[in-house]
Ligand binder design. Structure first.
Ligand SMILES: [Zn+2]
Ligand SMILES: [Zn+2]
Length: 306
């Protein structure tokens, strides 16, 4: 599991940063990629990063401002040019369905795969499968904007083979299900729970990926106890009035959310075009005055989540 930042600029592109997009790479866990926001040229950034559109399983859009959205038509329609596409689910605020359907119909484009669009307008659970739970909650921005909390379920890389032998569980294809912690009915009628046969259990990882926002309680709740919090820090702290007035946070405000939520690590992104890469250190320094374990994202920055 790793995060791969494709675009880290706020509002508009610069020569150094593209607009918002972030991939949660779950190739190892489920052979798929989840994309969070899709600013213009996201498909170019994916191509350069060797991240395959074919592997996209879910796209989460935080809000409908162009710098988070305008790459979507390209990503969705280019994906149609590939063979045997798996279904794709798109989550986003109300209006996203109309946006996608209008673009596709007016441009006479088409999709060759199943696209499910789920519109969100309140805090809700979006995913709950064998591996992950994803919740969303509404942040404070100029338009409806959501943050996402991704919680991996506890897992075990191995089964306790000795215990399985002792309990006379025959070797068979149900081992895969037991490894995932599922319940299985054996040929002799017994129902057993995979979790009872796990070897060493690894705690699931947690992360929060938030959209544009001023500081708010929902941000703290979404980020409670996460391994990684991705939070915008559009301006440095001397421009707090400007940042908050436009629905954004400053460096120190992002760090304050990380501190309050007891996140283990903060990554700030969505950096105003007024700053250059040369300003990165001073941006990090401001965050670290409040929350030490902070990094700043740049385009193509990757970070594994252990
Ligand atoms: Zn933005
Ligand atoms: Zn915005």
């Amino acid at each position: 599991m790793k995060l791969f930042f494709l675009g880290t600029s706020a509002g508009t592109i610069t020569s150094e940063r593209n607009v918002s997009a972030l991939v949660l790479d779950l190739i190892k866990e489920r052979n798929s990629l989840w994309l969070f926001d899709c600013g213009e040229a996201t498909q170019h950034q994916m191509l350069k990063s060797k991240l395959s559109l074919a592997r996209l399983e879910k796209i989460f859009i935080t809000h409908l401002h162009g710098d988070h959205l305008f790459g979507l038509p390209g990503v969705l329609t280019t994906r149609s040019l590939m063979q045997n596409m798996s279904p794709l689910t798109l989550y986003g605020p109300k209006g996203i369905k109309q946006f996608v359907e209008t673009v596709i119909s007016i441009s006479h484009s088409w999709l060759t795969y199943q696209l499910d669009i789920i519109e969100i307008d309140k805090p809700m659970e979006l995913v709950n499968d064998d591996q992950f739970i994803v919740n969303c909650d509404e942040l404070h921005h100029r338009v409806p904007c959501f943050g996402y909390r991704i919680v991996e379920k506890d897992r075990s890389p191995t089964l306790d083979v000795e215990k399985l032998k002792v309990h006379r569980v025959p070797i068979g294809p149900h081992y895969a299900a037991l490894k995932l912690g599922k319940k299985v009915t054996l040929d002799d009628g017994r129902e057993i729970d995979g979790k009872d046969y796990w070897g060493e259990v690894k705690k699931g990882r947690k992360l929060a990926i938030l959209g544009d926002t001023t500081p708010c309680d929902a941000a703290v709740k979404l980020a409670l106890d996460v391994d990684i919090l991705v939070h915008e820090a559009t301006q440095k702290h001397d421009l707090q009035y400007k940042a908050n007035d436009r629905g954004h946070s400053t460096t120190r405000q992002a760090a304050e959310i990380a501190r309050k939520s007891q996140a283990k690590k903060l990554i700030v992104t969505h950096i105003s075009p007024r700053y250059q890469l040369a300003d990165n250190q001073s941006i990090i320094d401001e965050c670290r005055q409040v929350f030490v374990n902070t990094e700043i994202a740049t385009d193509f920055f990757q970070i594994p989540i252990e």
